[in-house]
Design a protein around this ligand. Sequence first.
Ligand SMILES: Nc1ncnc2c1ncn2[C@@H]1O[C@H](COP(=O)(O)OP(=O)(O)O)[C@@H](O)[C@H]1O
Ligand SMILES: [Mg+2]
Length: 256
Amino acid sequence: MAKTILEINGLRKTYGQNEVLKSVDCSVEEGEVISIIGSSGSGKTTMLRCVNMLEEFQGGTIRLDGEEIGYHVEGSTRRRKSEKEIARQRALTGMAFQQFNLFPHMTAAENVMLGLIKVKKMKKPEARAIAEKWLDRVGLGARTNHFPGQLSGGQQQRVAIARAIAMSPRLMLFDEVTSALDPELVGEVLQVIKGLAADGMTMLLVTHEMRFAYEVSSRVIFMNQGVICEEGDPKEMFVKPKTERLAEFLKTSSFN
Ligand SMILES: Nc1ncnc2c1ncn2[C@@H]1O[C@H](COP(=O)(O)OP(=O)(O)O)[C@@H](O)[C@H]1O
Ligand SMILES: [Mg+2]
C-alpha cells in the first residue's frame, strides 16, 4: 500500500475576521501528483503556505511524513514548535512560486548550492556536483555559470525548481509557477514538472493550466471559498463535474 506523505485534517486559517480556510481535509500518498484549481481568492496559496509554515494556522493539523507540522496539539491546547524545529520541518518540503526569487548576484549554480551549503551543511564541491546534476536535469547544463539576468523567465523558473528539488524534499509545492511567464516559455517549465512527476516525486501544485492538470495529475482538488468543493480523477471531474460551481469554473477556465 502507498505511504501517506501529507495528511491535513480540519485545517482552519483566519486573517482577522476573515476565515479563508474552513476545515480543509486532504491526504496525499507517496508519488501522487495533485493539482489544486479554483478561482482567485479561494485559498489555494494559503493552503500551500500553511503546509510549510509560511503562515500560521488556527485550527486542525498537518502531518508530513507522520510528523505534526508547526504545532504541538494536545487536546484543546496548541503550542507553536520552536523556530529551529519549524525550520527543520520546512526543509521537508520544497516550494516554487510564481516569482522565482533568485539572488541576482549569484550564478544559477550558486543559487542552487546556497541551501545545500547553509541548510544541509555540505562542502562546496559536493553542493556544486548536486547543483550541476539538477541544473542538467532541468535542461540548463550549459548555463550553470549564468546569472539570473542572463536567463529567460522560463530558464530562471527552472533554476528555482532545481534549487527546491536539490534539497531532496519529501513533497514539492508549486504555486502557479507558470503564471508570470510569457506564453512561449510555459511549456518548458511544465515539461520539467512532468519529468519530476514521471520520476515519482510527490507534488501538490496550484495551477491555471487546465490541460496540464488534466494530463499530469493523479487527482484534482477544486477549491471554492476556503473549502474543497470537489475532488477526484481529472478524467472524470473535467468531463463530468458533479457540482454546479466546478462546472461554472471550468466554463471560464482555459480547459475546453
Ligand atoms: N496576508 C494576507 N492578509 C489578509 N488576507 C489575506 C492575506 N493573504 C491572503 N488573504 C486572503 O485570503 C483569501 C485566500 O487567498 P489566497 O490563498 O491567496 O487565494 P488563491 O491563492 O486561491 O488566489 C483571499 O480572500 C485573500 O484576500
Ligand atoms: Mg494564489
